[in-house]
Structure formats: C-alpha cells, structure tokens
Design a protein around this ligand. Structure first.
Ligand SMILES: NC(=O)C1=CN([C@@H]2O[C@H](COP(=O)(O)OP(=O)(O)OC[C@H]3O[C@@H](n4cnc5c(N)ncnc54)[C@H](O)[C@@H]3O)[C@@H](O)[C@H]2O)C=CC1
Ligand SMILES: O=C(O)[C@@H]1CCC=N1
Length: 276
C-alpha cells in the first residue's frame, strides 16, 4: 500500500496553486492517480506538470480520485461542480476552501452528481504559499475518520492544520486564521508609519518593522514559552518597552479590545456571507 494520495485540484489560482505547490514539495501526490483542472494553466504549473507527470485537464480520469480540492471562487461552485465527472466519484472526498460556503450548500450542489457526497471544509491562509500556513478544517456527516485523516495529511503539507469540532469554528476563528494574516500585517504597517513619523525614510521604516516581526515570529517558533513570557523577557522595569506597552496594552483603549472587535467583525461577516 502506498501512502501517497490521489488528488484532483479544481482551480489552480492563488490559493489552489499555492496548495498544489506544497503537495508537490512534500512529494505526497501519486502522479498516476492525481490531476489538475484549470483553464489557461500558468507556465509554473505546466513546468510542474512536466516535472511530476501530474496531468492538467486530463481526458482520461483513470479510476478516479480519492480527494478533490475545490479552489474556485465561491460564486462559481454552482456552475463548476455539476460539470465534474470521473469514475467512482461517490468515493471521492470533496475539500472546499471557499470562504463562506457552508458544507450543507456544497453537499446540495454535489447531489446533482452523487447520492451522498463526502464534504470537508478548509479555511487556509496566505502563508500556505511559504509552507507556514494555518488551515482550519471541519468535516460533514458523511466523512469517515480515515478520510478526514488523509485530508488533514494533505493540508498539513502547507503548514499547521486544526480540526474544528464543527463548521462554526471556521467562521468563528476566521479573524485568527484566514483573515488573521492581514490583521498581523496591519500591525507591521502601523509600526512602519510610526517610525516614519519620527523621521525614518520609507525603506528604513520597512526594514525595521519587518525585521521586528520576523524576529518575533522566529522567537515564537524556536521557544516554547508563550508570547506573554517572551514579551516579559524584553521588558525592563521602568524602561522603554514598558513605556510603549503602557499605551498599547491599555485595558480600555489598547490593542486587546481593538483586536477583539476586529476578530468579532470578521466572524460576523463570515456568518453573513454564509447566510446565517
Ligand atoms: N486567496 C486567499 O487568501 C484565500 C482564498 N480562499 C478561497 O480559495 C478559493 C480560490 O481563491 P483564489 O485562489 O484567491 O482565486 P483565483 O481567482 O486566484 O483562483 C481561482 C482559479 O479557478 C480557476 N477556474 C475558473 N473556472 C474554472 C473551472 N471551471 N474549473 C477549474 N478551475 C477554474 C481560475 O482560472 C483560477 O485559476 C476561493 O473560493 C476563496 O474563497 C480561502 C482562503 C484564503
Ligand atoms: O477575506 C476573505 O473573505 C477571505 C477569507 C479569509 C481570507 N480571505
């Protein structure tokens, strides 16, 4: 038995393309039982297809695929999914990474081709493109433990994967996963702006702010202590860091209540998009 996975990717755009590259890097795909469907494949994809032998837009689907990753825009699902067809399709697990589309809705669309579709929802974030992603996932009722574990193994090629108890977790934590990258990047921009307001030119401000975040991220990765303990290690009593933190960590007007509002707003919007 091979531990390689049989996967078909539908939609090799920004997200699908980044995920596919992580699978190829990890060597997890069985080229004889994998494929990519995407119109107008980009040169990098054609090169990877030549390198790996994984076909693009194949005419022969062999015995079919164990996992189908759906990475087209959410509004295209209703058009694209009913047109999909390959042998043993009822045994395929469908993994949607579309923001906001509930499992039930995807199951309903797939019911035009399959009696009992097996659907997993994943919420990846942009750092999957550099192997440092975070994907939250939740499975529909029909998905078995073995199927869920294969999907988790596939998604883990691009970074950390957290299995949620239910689908609401994907919406609830979108501000600290899918959208979280943008919230963290805004902190970098705010630090750049602050440095420039003190006289730094743009290049210097960017260099300082970026390296502070890269350094903080590297510390978090290499040291098991929580952020609060690492922060304490650079905060001298009565020193400069304490002065800065007194402003940023103000109970009422500081970063924590602001971050809570931002994450709550992302959750509310995710629910709205899901029609809840
Ligand atoms: N970009 C991001 O950071 C995140 C994106 N997502 C989700 O990922 C999905 C894809 O988003 P992006 O990659 O950003 O969009 P994109 O527009 O870059 O990619 C969509 C791809 O689908 C292809 N496509 C169009 N029609 C097709 C068809 N009939 N069959 C197969 N492929 C077809 C397009 O050519 C394109 O390459 C969306 O559902 C989005 O909600 C989820 C989390 C984060
Ligand atoms: O902003 C969005 O709606 C999508 C979902 C998470 C990241 N991008």
């Amino acid at each position: 038995m091979t531990d390689k996975l049989s996967v078909i990717l539908i939609g090799a755009g920004n997200m699908g393309g980044a995920m596919f590259q992580s699978w190829v890097r990890a060597g997890i795909l069985d080229p004889a039982r994998s494929a990519v469907i995407t119109p107008n494949p980009k040169p990098w994809l054609l090169d990877l297809s030549d390198e790996t032998g994984i076909p693009i837009n194949p005419v022969d689907d062999g015995e079919g695929y164990d996992i189908a990753v759906l990475a087209v825009k959410p509004q295209m699902f209703a058009d694209v999914l009913p047109g999909l067809s390959w042998p043993n399709m009822e045994k395929t697990v469908f993994v949607s990474v579309a923001a906001g589309l509930p499992i039930g809705e995807i199951e309903n669309i797939l019911k035009s081709n399959i009696a009992e579709p097996h659907v997993v929802r994943g919420m990846p974030n942009l750092p999957v493109s550099v192997g440092e992603g975070l994907t939250l996932m939740a499975s529909g009722q029909a998905v078995s433990d073995a199927e869920q574990s294969n999907v988790k193994r596939l998604l883990a090629c691009a970074g950390d994967v957290i299995v949620m108890d239910d689908e609401d977790g994907l919406d609830r934590y979108v501000g600290t996963s899918g959208s979280g990258t943008a919230l963290a990047l805004l902190l970098v921009e705010a630090m750049e702006d602050a440095a420039m307001s003190l006289g730094a030119d743009e290049a210097a401000a960017r260099r300082m702010a970026e390296q502070v975040f890269v350094g903080a991220a590297a510390l978090l990765k290499s040291d098991d202590r929580p952020a609060s303990e690492l922060r304490a290690a650079v905060t001298s009593k009565g020193g400069t860091t304490a002065a800065g933190l007194a402003v940023l960590d103000d109970e009422k007007n500081g970063l924590r209540p602001l971050m809570k509002r931002a994450v709550d707003a992302a959750y509310a919007r995710a629910r709205e998009l899901a029609g809840k």
